[in-house]
Design a protein around this ligand. Structure first.
Ligand code: AMP
Length: 189
């Protein structure tokens, strides 16, 4: 099964993707984590994207489609994966559909976690207070990440709605309730 976790920054995509990885043995493929690992390792790719992540802008479609394609071909994705933070543009969604079709696969479910912007800002402030904030977790960068989300990524909701794959859940509910709601959606898929 191939699942996309969809939503604005701070909606809880990563948290829920990790829980799915544990429960259903579907690897969490987070392009954000992969890019941060490249930055931490100081690879040429990391050096190329560091300032883009710091600003909260999008890395090129070519780069993220390339790293997702390589990752998806690892043996642990033989039963599918949970895509977290990818796709973020229509071009990425089309490339993902093509990549999966070439392997006789498809996206089965897209789960949107809907969260109000004010709550997202509160969550970032909480992470800063707890000391668990990422370099791009600050109120100014969040504003840009949200702008980028509404401009480039939110149009994907229509793309997947037209394919009958979209389910929208309340991302403001307690974590365990969101996990339970996701389990119900996947049971029907
Ligand atoms: P995330 O951890 O998903 O919030 O991603 C952190 C940052 O990595 C984003 O703000 C972008 O700069 C970059 N990034 C992650 N995934 C993508 C993607 N699918 N397309 C373009 N840029 C991405």
């Amino acid at each position: 099964m191939n699942v996309i976790m969809f939503g604005p920054p701070g909606a809880g995509k990563g948290t829920q993707a990790k829980l799915l990885q544990e429960k259903r043995k579907l690897p969490q493929l987070s392009t954000g984590d992969m890019l941060r690992a490249a930055i931490a390792a100081g690879t040429p790719l990391g050096k190329q994207v560091e300032s883009i992540l710091a600003k909260g802008d999008l890395v090129s479609d070519e780069i993220v489609v390339g790293i997702i394609g390589d990752r998806y071909d690892q043996p642990d994705c033989k039963n599918g994966a949970v895509f977290d933070g990818f796709p973020r543009t229509i071009a990425q969604a089309e490339a993902l559909d093509k990549m999966l079709a070439a392997r006789g696969r498809k996206i089965d479910v897209v789960i949107e976690l809907k969260v109000d912007d004010t709550i997202l800002l509160d969550r970032v402030k909480q992470r800063i207070a707890e000391g668990s904030a990422r370099p791009d977790d600050n109120p100014e960068t969040l504003k840009n990440r949200l702008d980028v989300y509404y401009r480039n990524t939110a149009p994907l909701l229509d793309y997947y709605k037209k394919q009958g794959k979209l389910t929208t859940l309340d991302g403001m509910a307690p974590i365990a309730d969101v996990t339970a709601a996701i389990a119900q959606v996947l049971a029907k898929a």
